[in-house]
Design a protein. Structure first.
Lengths: 362, 333
């Protein structure tokens, strides 16, 4: 059922140098059901990643997104795949939102051949260029000027779409963010700077890293909007508004007030710099999935049992995907030397013992 | 017909921008000022402000924007007023540009050119006088080109712009005004040089000298002087630091049995060190003398003229090293 109806947005938007959009979002039973299913799938995927990490099937860094799903889902609901998204290293759910699949995610996390970058990028480097997802970046803040560059290219190519550059509250203090924002504003680029404020840059609370943690105001001369990032419908409304602003007037900043349940990465239990009460408080009062569940039940779109069934289905989907990914082989050793260049001109790339291992780059 | 390096670069930019509407130029003072060194002269007037963009003095910001636009499929040419300032943006050159095709398993290629003057100029002291060839040359994913003559400048710039990968294009301020003979072939808009191929600038039989950028001219002058002493020098203009033309270097050394490397950069972990190792690996049994290297002095660049001269390789340094390599060391010790 895709008959539209409107829902009031509970937490007021706050504007900076701009009149906020109306406190109301349009949705439909179909959309709410897809929100519930997609966010539940993301949540279950990240929990499975946690387990795979703990059983040592995932190596290195692994940053989980559970708690922040509404930002991803709300954003996708307002965008098309002509719009670009670029983010940092907490990118699993963004990839899924842009049309990636669960087996690709788990295969990549485990460094397997069927991963979304054939096992070469790992957790922090997912991409889906054909759907407008440009990664997946490991250097805090660097994705933001890259996003402005994508917006520059859209404008250069006269594509009526925008680029959403996502960064955390930690990256919000990076110099290159302000450098690129200045240029984006000078050149009227269709760039939306999206601060996913989960309130901790690794283990540093926002107020210990930012003299002004009002991130939606940090663009100074660039307008900003503060949004309840735990409310997918608020996010959708704000993103729709921001996209239109960016295309017609130039850059805008969104601050998504959100929360991550996991620690910063798998090596962080997430409990030394914040209390367990704080985490459970957010879970009880602001959880993005529970909010949609309540709305669905209130509007009698589905029953408690229907929603439980959906959760069972996505749990099964995730289990099947993990099993499938475990079957995927490791990359062929020849992959070591592939994709160093698009065009290698027959030059030679050397292995550790160059007399034993090297390859001619095509 | 003569052409200076500045005009060679300018004509290459002009022709490639004419040929491909995805090519654009950005950087500090490239537009209204006509280029800090006038390399981009006239391009704003010809191609307009959508394709010739003056940026603020914020390298990390505009370089990131350039790389991002290349992700999307544009072909940016990012000018650094000098490569010294590119250190502000080196994260984008290496982490964002050089590694993305690999990390994305070929999904996102990065067709971008980073260009500008590199190495020592004259009298500008430590922060404005540094060669970055060895730095960028060590990074897989980058291509690093170092033109010497007008022919190099035209042919390599056009190759760099057409290349689908990120190219670091190291020019030299002191060469911009230098004129070189150019053939009709070089002036043709279809002219392009291969990436990864060195050029034998002077054929010789007694000793091989490798050099790049401004030092090619010094090596050629040294070769002339050495001719009078009966030493016949082969001079290799590397043109491409990465890929490095190991084959041409090794073939030459197998013929001459002696090698002197020349560069303006610092000695430790330099281009000369890599070339020496390549010859040790592939042609050790052909060597009749220890490999010699001439490099910039192992100090930050001093300002005073006499000290600066001591910190930059001179022709007599090359002459001395060649004589040493040829065991003609009475005067070359």
């Amino acid at each position: 059922d895709s008959t539209p109806f409107t829902v009031d947005i509970a937490v007021p938007f706050k504007g900076h140098h701009i009149e906020p959009p109306p406190q109301v979002a349009e949705t439909s039973p179909k959309e709410l059901m897809s929100f519930f299913r997609d966010m539940s799938r993301m949540r279950r995927m990240e929990i499975a990643a946690d387990q795979l990490y703990k059983s040592k099937l995932i190596r290195g860094f692994c940053h989980l997104y559970d708690g922040q799903e509404a930002v991803c889902i709300g954003m996708e609901a307002a965008l098309t795949q002509q719009d670009n998204i670029i983010t940092a290293y907490r990118d699993h759910c963004t990839y899924l939102g842009r049309g990636g699949t669960l087996p690709e995610v788990f295969s990549e996390l485990m460094g397997r051949k069927d991963g979304c970058t054939l096992g070469k990028g790992g957790s922090m480097h997912f991409y889906k260029k054909e759907n407008g997802f440009y990664g997946g970046h490991g250097i805090v803040g660097a994705q933001v000027p890259l996003g402005a560059g994508l917006a520059f290219a859209q404008k250069y190519e006269k594509v009526k779409a925008a680029t959403f550059a996502l960064y955390g509250d930690g990256a919000a203090n990076q110099g290159q963010l302000f450098e690129s924002l200045n240029i984006a504003a000078l050149w009227d680029l269709p760039a939306v700077y999206v601060c996913e404020n989960n309130h901790y840059g690794m283990g540093t609370a926002e107020w210990r890293a930012a003299k002004s943690p009002e991130y939606y105001k940090r663009g100074d001369y660039v307008p900003g909007l503060k949004v309840d990032g735990m409310d997918a419908l608020a996010v959708k409304q704000a993103v729709k508004f921001a996209k239109d602003h960016a295309i017609t007037k130039g850059p805008i900043m969104l601050e998504m007030d959100t929360y991550r349940y996991h620690g910063h990465s798998m090596s962080d239990p997430g409990s030394t710099y914040r209390t367990r009460d704080e985490i459970s408080g957010v879970r009880q009062e602001r959880d993005p999935i529970e909010r949609i569940r309540k709305l669905i039940l209130l509007k009698e779109i589905a029953t408690v049992a229907d929603l439980k069934n959906i959760e069972k289905e996505v749990k099964k989907e995730v289990e099947d995907a993990v099993a499938k990914a475990k079957e995927s082989p490791q990359p062929d050793p020849s992959a070591l030397f592939s994709n160093v260049y698009v065009k290698g001109y027959g030059s030679r790339a050397f292995g550790c013992d160059r007399k034993h291992s090297s390859a001619v780059l095509p | 017909m003569q052409m200076n390096v500045r005009d060679a670069l300018n004509s290459a930019l002009d022709e490639e921008m004419t040929a491909d509407s995805k090519v654009y130029l950005m950087g500090e003072e490239v537009g209204e000022y006509q280029g800090a060194y006038k390399v981009s002269k006239g391009l704003l007037q010809k191609f307009g402000p959508e394709r010739v963009l003056d940026t603020p003095i914020t390298e990390a910001g505009f370089t990131g924007i350039g790389v991002g636009s290349a992700f999307y499929g544009l072909k940016p040419i990012v000018e650094f007023m000098t490569f010294n300032f590119a250190m502000q943006a080196i994260d984008h050159i290496i982490n964002s540009a050089a590694k993305t095709n690999y990390m994305s398993a070929g999904q996102i290629s990065v067709p971008i050119v980073f260009r500008g003057p590199n190495g020592a100029a004259a009298g500008v002291a430590a922060q404005h006088s540094q060669c970055f060839a060895a730095w960028y040359g060590s990074c897989p994913g980058l291509k690093v080109l170092t033109p010497y003559s007008a022919e190099d400048a035209r042919g390599l710039m056009k190759a760099a712009i057409r290349d689908p990968d990120p190219v670091v294009f190291l020019e030299n301020e002191l060469l911009y005004g230098e004129s070189f003979p150019v053939s009709a072939e070089v002036l043709d808009p279809s002219f392009v040089l291969p990436i990864g191929k060195a050029k034998i600038e002077r054929v010789g039989s007694d000793v091989t000298v490798t050099a790049f950028s401004k030092m090619v001219g010094y090596a050629l002058k040294a070769a002339e002087l050495l001719e009078k002493d009966g030493i016949n020098v082969e001079v290799i203009n590397l043109r491409s630091i990465r890929p490095l033309d190991r084959e041409t270097i090794n073939q030459s050394v197998r013929k001459t049995n002696r090698l002197v490397t020349v560069e303006e950069g610092w000695p430790q972990h330099g281009i000369g060190a890599e070339i020496c190792m390549s010859v040790v690996e592939e042609s050790f049994e052909y060597l009749d003398a220890p490999v010699e290297r001439i490099t910039g002095a192992d100090v930050p660049m001093p300002y005073a003229a006499n000290l600066e001269r001591m910190a930059v390789p001179q022709i007599e340094d090359i002459v001395r090293a060649v004589k040493r390599a040829c065991y003609r060391s009475a005067s070359g010790k």
